[in-house]
Design a protein around this ligand. Structure first.
Ligand code: PMV
Length: 338
């Protein structure tokens, strides 16, 4: 393959928030998600001499110059450090797809803490694969990036619907249907009036997804029934989103939160925030993502936004100022060799 590599490329990918359909989407139902304007930034530089090694600097997760060989990245599912797993699995997938193993330095930094459940892992994978493809002048379209990315994510964690990766790649607000064949539809909803609050509790998504799997095993008809209701609501919510009908969307968010409580993933901290937002005048509020902590989202009438934020803080939340509907993975800038 003939390649004309850039010398350095800087890319970024957005974090995400789940709007509706979490957990059901793991079981081949649809969900709605939006990309956040808090981004994961990644710099890829070709290094010399070319001994086929990679060096990673990821200060946000305590990685300071970890080194390995590209051809052996994530071999046997082993990474140099917990903080390099997704970078290495993306490298491994890219190497297998292209055979390219040029000496590389990889540096990341994030606008948001990895503890908030805003999708730093999927943003990392999206940024790595997109950055590598652009660094080496390969034209990978979003669908191919998505399937390579899913492979990279699955090498690290088996469970997961892939909605977060789709959001990091495509950006905007998505209807993501995890049925076969998978459907990823960008929606035109730039003005979504979201308030986001962190509950202060870091949730472990794989553990919670596993707990729901156990409940599904114990009560297959009941839990599948809940997933079917969630799927139905996602379709209604898509219409409400596209119409900008925040009152209806808020009501659906309230119902979804109730169903998430039924799945056993609500906590006192998230429930407190949800009730506080509603009492302060939100159209609706729910936990967002796997549950067990992480973030709560509320839909806020413009004249109630300040009151809702104050109520969330009063109830123990930390307001996260991020806007939805952000652009997907993109090049920030690049430099060629002199
Ligand atoms: O906890 P988060 O924000 O990563 O979201 C998890 C959403 C689930 O539906 C529970 C899992 C998934 O992969 O879709």
């Amino acid at each position: 393959m003939s390649i004309s590599p850039q010398h350095t490329i800087r890319v970024s990918a957005p974090g995400k928030l789940m709007l509706l359909g979490e957990h059901a989407v793991v079981y081949r139902r649809p969900c709605l998600a939006t990309a956040m304007d808090a981004r994961l930034h990644l710099t890829l530089s070709l290094a010399e001499p070319d001994d086929g090694r990679f060096t990673i600097f990821a200060p946000d997760v305590g990685v300071d110059g970890s080194q390995g060989r590209i051809a052996e990245a994530f071999a046997g599912g082993h990474a140099l450090a917990p903080g390099t797993r997704f970078i290495e699995s993306a490298l491994a997938v890219f190497y297998e797809r292209t055979g390219i193993a040029h000496e590389l330095t990889i540096t990341t930094h994030s606008d948001f803490p990895s503890t908030h459940g805003l999708g730093s892992s999927s943003a990392t994978v999206a940024a790595m694969l997109y950055g590598l493809s652009r660094l080496f002048d390969l034209n990978l379209d979003p669908d191919e990036l998505f399937s390579l990315g899913l492979d990279a994510v699955r090498r690290v964690q088996q469970l997961g619907s892939g909605f977060d990766l789709a959001t990091a790649i495509y950006g905007g607000t998505l209807f993501y249907d995890n049925a076969r064949p998978r459907q990823i539809l960008p929606l035109n909803t730039p003005t979504l009036p979201l308030v986001v609050a962190y509950s202060g509790i870091k949730a472990d998504t794989p553990t919670i997804v596993q707990q729901v799997a156990q409940r599904l095993e114990s009560w297959p008809d009941t839990i599948n029934g809940i997933f079917d209701v969630m799927a139905h609501m996602v379709k209604d919510a898509r219409c409400a989103l596209e119409d900008g009908d925040w009152a209806r969307l808020g009501e659906l968010m309230d119902i979804q939160h109730g169903l998430l409580h039924a799945l056993g993933v609500d906590t006192q901290a998230t429930a407190r925030l949800v009730f506080a937002a509603r009492a302060a005048g939100a159209y609706g509020a729910k936990l967002s993502g796997a549950g067990g902590g992480d973030c709560v989202i509320a839909l806020a009438p413009e004249d109630r936004r300040d009151a809702i934020e104050a109520a969330l803080v009063e109830a123990g939340g930390e307001i996260i100022r991020i806007a939805p509907h952000a652009p997907g993975v993109r090049v920030e800038d690049s430099e060629s060799r002199p």
